[in-house]
Every structure is written in C-alpha cells, then in structure tokens.
Design a protein around this ligand. Structure first.
Ligand SMILES: C[S@@+](CC[C@H](N)C(=O)[O-])C[C@H]1O[C@@H](n2cnc3c(N)ncnc32)[C@H](O)[C@@H]1O
Length: 238
C-alpha cells in the first residue's frame, strides 16, 4: 500500500525576535517530524536560530546550504533541496521549511515552492516580514492614504533604482550589502539622503537604527535595509 505523501509547510518565522513567531508557526513546528532551513555554507542558520528554543531534538533536520558568494545561488542548490524534501514527503513525513521573515517576501522558500507546487500539498504560514519589522523598529509610518510603496533590491543598476524611486512615494531598499555607495549617489540625486533611515538587524538585541547619512561604511550587513517614507520626504511627494 503506497504511503500517503506528507505535507510541506512554508513557515515564516519572523524577522529575528522569537516573540514575533506566530502561534500557528509554533504549533506546526512542534508537530512535524522534519524541519528544514536555509543555512550558510559553514555555520548556523538564522531561521533555525530564531526558533531554536522550540526545536527539542526529536526531529530530523535538513540544512539547505548556500554559498556565501554575492549574486543568485546556483540552481542546483534548489533542485537538490527540492529532491531531498520530496523524498521525505514521499515517505509520508510532513516537513516544515523555515523561512526568515515571510516565506513569500523575497524568501528562498519561493524557489523550493515553485519546484514542488502541484506535486505535494503545501501550506504557507505567513510571517512578520522585515519590511514591517523595520518600519515598526524605526517608528516610521511607511504608507498611508494613496501612497505607493516600492521595495527595491539595492543589487539593481543605479538607473533602475532611480526610476523606481521616482515612481513611488515610500521606498524600502533591501539587500544593501556592498551597494551602499551606489545607493547614497542615487538618493543624493533626489535630495533624499537625509530622509533615508537605515535599519540593521531589526528586532534583534543588536538592532541599530540611524540616518543613512550618518553611516560611514560602504558595506552594510546582510540583514539591513533603508526606508524612506512619504512623511519624511523633503520633495513634497505624498
Ligand atoms: C532574501 S531577503 C529575505 C526577506 C525575508 N523573507 C522577509 O520577509 O523579511 C533578505 C533581505 O531582507 C532584509 N532583512 C531581513 N531581515 C532583516 C532584519 N531583521 N533587519 C533588517 N533587514 C532585514 C535585508 O534587506 C536583507 O538583505
């Protein structure tokens, strides 16, 4: 008799503070026999560390390891991860794939989801995203009334970033990394440098909030973003 396939859960675990985990994510995390998570090539998974107090050791763990090079990871990583998770599901085991923040907001979960959707039952549990966590940490009213919000990866070209800033009222710039100098140049063109708020490691004990103009380094940690809200723009957009 073929076993019934397990179910895949995409569990959003929030931006970093374990208290920002949803009750639903916690319940499912404790119930599944297999927990998977993205991790660096060497070292600990941030997503796992957020829920570490509730991983009690009886579950099978699968680390999906990514090279720490800039740029998109090789597709084989997702192919292999999807195959490894599919094998668990085929054996009838439910799998929780942990996702920092929200699974469908720039989450690596998306790449596994697209490979397994249609083949298995998949349930996605939303998480507090870094976007709303950063706005809350900095107490920035992000969008109101008719405002449009652009979420812009700093990895884009200078002119693409500029075009998107020009088309929106509020702006969130993610994936800062080595792109801080480029970002400063673009924001200067718009007179927005002093309106840009830098938020690093939102909701963690090491959280840091500053004006971007006060940040001297041209490199930012991976978990950082810049927010510019309509309410802070000197160019009168609202
Ligand atoms: C690949 S995306 C993942 C986003 C995640 N799925 C979410 O919902 O927040 C990674 C980017 O999110 C932002 N980010 C994630 N967590 C953050 C945090 N705690 N503080 C500041 N920025 C964060 C950074 O810009 C980082 O480069």
């Amino acid at each position: 008799v073929p076993v019934e396939a397990g179910r895949l859960y995409g569990l959003g675990v929030g931006p970093g503070d374990p208290e920002l985990l949803t009750l639903k994510a916690l319940r499912l995390l404790r119930a599944v026999p297999v927990v998977a998570y993205p991790a660096p090539e060497n070292g600990d998974s941030f997503a796992r560390s957020i829920v570490a107090p509730w991983i009690e050791g009886h579950q099978r763990e699968i680390a999906i390891r990514f090279p720490m090079r800039p740029g998109p990871p090789p597709v084989e990583i997702y192919d292999d991860a999807a195959a490894e998770l599919a094998a668990e599901l085929e054996d009838g085991r439910d799998v929780a794939l942990l996702c920092q923040g929200d699974p469908l907001f720039y989450g690596s979960f998306i790449n596994v989801f697209t490979r397994l959707a249609g083949r298995y039952q998949i349930e996605i549990v939303p998480g507090v995203s870094s976007l709303t966590a950063c706005a809350a940490a900095a107490a920035i009213p992000l969008v109101a009334r008719d405002d449009a919000l652009a979420v812009i990866p700093a990895t884009l070209d200078e002119d693409q970033i500029a075009a998107r800033i020009a088309a929106s009222e509020s702006v969130a710039i993610i994936k800062l990394g080595r792109h801080v100098a480029k970002l400063r140049r673009v924001l200067n063109q718009f007179g927005l440098l002093d309106a840009a708020v830098y938020v690093e490691r939102a909701t963690l004990p090491t959280q840091r909030i500053a004006l971007l103009s006060a940040i001297e380094s041209d490199e930012a940690p991976y978990f950082s973003m810049v927010l510019i809200a309509t309410s802070g723009r000197p160019d009168g957009r609202s």
